[in-house]
Design a protein around this ligand. Structure first.
Ligand SMILES: C[S@@+](CC[C@H](N)C(=O)[O-])C[C@H]1O[C@@H](n2cnc3c(N)ncnc32)[C@H](O)[C@@H]1O
Length: 281
């Protein structure tokens, strides 16, 4: 990403390479810097209450609007993904950086027979396990949260060919560019044939914004598209989230396919004044 960016203290970077060199160093030589980056990221969330308001950085009130738009986006994709609209198959989803299981509980578990969760912060994952337990949640027959993996995405490798949808929301900013690319490359193998990624993320107006507090990076649409290309992923469809408070970053949903062939198969069938607005983190 050649465009410049800023950090949460207003410091400017000429480009992303300069920022990453400073934050995580140059590969093997600076392995401790990279470890520190991730330790700070998870450390930040370790200190956050396991609640909707906690995982949404004090903006728990946007959860309903978020889920509603996500549901519409998912529903727009399901008929194209599966000949029967996903009604008769056994559908499996993975919720990445799941936090307390907010997205699984309000959305994924209603459409997928099985949902697995991956989340590095153990008290979040325990809250998810508890709230998704059959005795605490009225679930349709044949629907369940199956696996709870307490692992960060940069270390996670999914079971081969298990998932119809891999959902990644508000967590990929914690991964460096290199780890972003290796994660998606490993995760591709976890998709069933014709499966897709859905990425929902904050979007910077240009370049990137580094959050020094939780060690995450908010990337621009162009930055994401450059990374998708490096991962060999194609944007099948994207949609802007509407109805969030003006002070928040813009939010976008991307449906990503692994190759053009699969994309063809699918085909068959807020205004901001600054690049550093409030953030859901
Ligand atoms: C803003 S919360 C979003 C949680 C959830 N996706 C949601 O939308 O409710 C960010 C989540 O990313 C998780 N996270 C932080 N670092 C991560 C990493 N390296 N890999 C995966 N998840 C990470 C945090 O623990 C937290 O649960």
């Amino acid at each position: 990403m050649e465009e410049g960016g800023t950090d949460s203290n207003g410091r400017e970077f000429r480009n992303a390479a300069e920022m990453w060199r400073e934050q995580v160093g140059d590969d093997e030589a600076d392995v401790h810097k990279r470890i520190d980056w991730y330790r700070h990221g998870v450390g930040y969330w370790n200190g956050v209450e396991a609640s909707v308001n906690g995982v949404l950085g004090g903006y728990g009130r946007v959860s309903d609007a978020d889920i509603k738009s996500s549901e519409a986006f998912l529903l727009s994709l399901l008929p194209n993904l599966f000949d029967d609209g996903g009604k008769n198959g056994h559908l499996v989803a993975l919720d990445c950086g799941s936090g307390i299981g907010r997205v699984t509980k309000s959305l994924l578990i209603r459409y997928f027979n099985e949902v697995d969760l991956v989340e590095p912060v153990s008290h979040f994952l325990e809250a998810a396990r508890n709230s998704l337990a059959p005795e605490n949640l009225m679930l349709q027959e044949g629907h369940q949260a199956t696996n709870f993996f307490c692992v960060p995405l940069q270390e996670f490798a999914p079971e081969i060919g298990r998932y119809d949808v891999i959902w990644i929301q508000w967590c990929i900013g914690h991964l460096t560019d290199n780890d972003f690319i290796s994660f998606f490359n490993r995760a591709k193998a976890g998709l069933k044939a014709g499966g897709i990624f859905i990425l929902k993320e904050n979007i910077a107006r240009s370049g990137f914004v580094l959050d020094k507090e939780d060690r995450s990076v908010t990337r621009s649409d162009l930055y994401f598209k450059e990374l998708f290309q490096q991962c060999g992923l194609h944007v099948y469809r994207s949609k802007d989230q509407r109805g969030f408070p003006k002070e928040l970053f813009a939010v976008k949903m991307y449906a990503l396919t692994t190759d053009v062939l699969k994309r063809n198969r699918i085909t068959r069938s807020k205004s901001h004044t600054s690049n550093r607005p409030g953030i859901i983190k």
